[in-house]
Design a protein around this ligand. Structure first.
Ligand code: IDP
Ligand code: MG
Length: 140
């Protein structure tokens, strides 16, 4: 029995800029996952630092925050059975060069920083991340 889950997806600045947001979201919808919240926004530094707080001490942290705040993103909450793992699988490995063929990062990512999309890595993380981007009234 696979549980109903929610996951936060962010279409990152490079993919939005290149006009790939709808196609990326569509791939996930076609898995049978349901959009229950969606918005375009430009992340500010405080939001990016919270979203990626687990990476605060990593050498790439400053570059990651600079990148994520550089231009608008599209934030989506998907809901479905096993949504977290299914989205991670469809997204592919962090480094697009190492991502399996046919994954979103293999098809749209540029490099390990500019990798097109974020997907929550666990149900617990998803529930934290969703509330950084959406209020209760924005989730359907
Ligand atoms: P994930 O997005 O696949 O879960 P994480 O390790 O959680 O990968 O890293 C979060 C984000 O930080 C990545 O999606 C990527 O944008 C960036 N990142 C991760 N590792 C590196 C790296 O080694 N160099 C530069 N950026 C990185
Ligand atoms: Mg991660």
């Amino acid at each position: 029995m696979v549980a109903m889950e929610r996951s936060l997806v962010l279409v990152k600045p490079d993919a939005v800029r290149k006009g790939q947001a709808a196609e990326i979201i569509s791939r996930l919808e076609k898995l049978g996952l349901k959009i229950i919240a969606l918005k375009m926004l430009r992340m500010d530094r405080a939001l990016a630092e919270r979203q990626y707080s687990i990476h605060r001490d990593k050498p790439f942290f400053d570059a990651l925050v600079a990148y994520m705040t550089s231009a608008p993103i599209v934030a989506v909450v998907f809901e479905g059975e096993g949504a977290v793992a299914r989205i991670r699988q469809a997204v592919g490995a962090t480094d697009p060069a190492k991502a399996d063929a046919g994954t979103i990062r293999a098809d749209f990512g540029l490099d390990v920083t500019h990798n097109a999309v974020h997907g929550s890595d666990s149900v617990a993380t998803a529930e934290e991340e969703i509330w950084l981007f959406f209020t209760e009234g924005e989730i359907f």
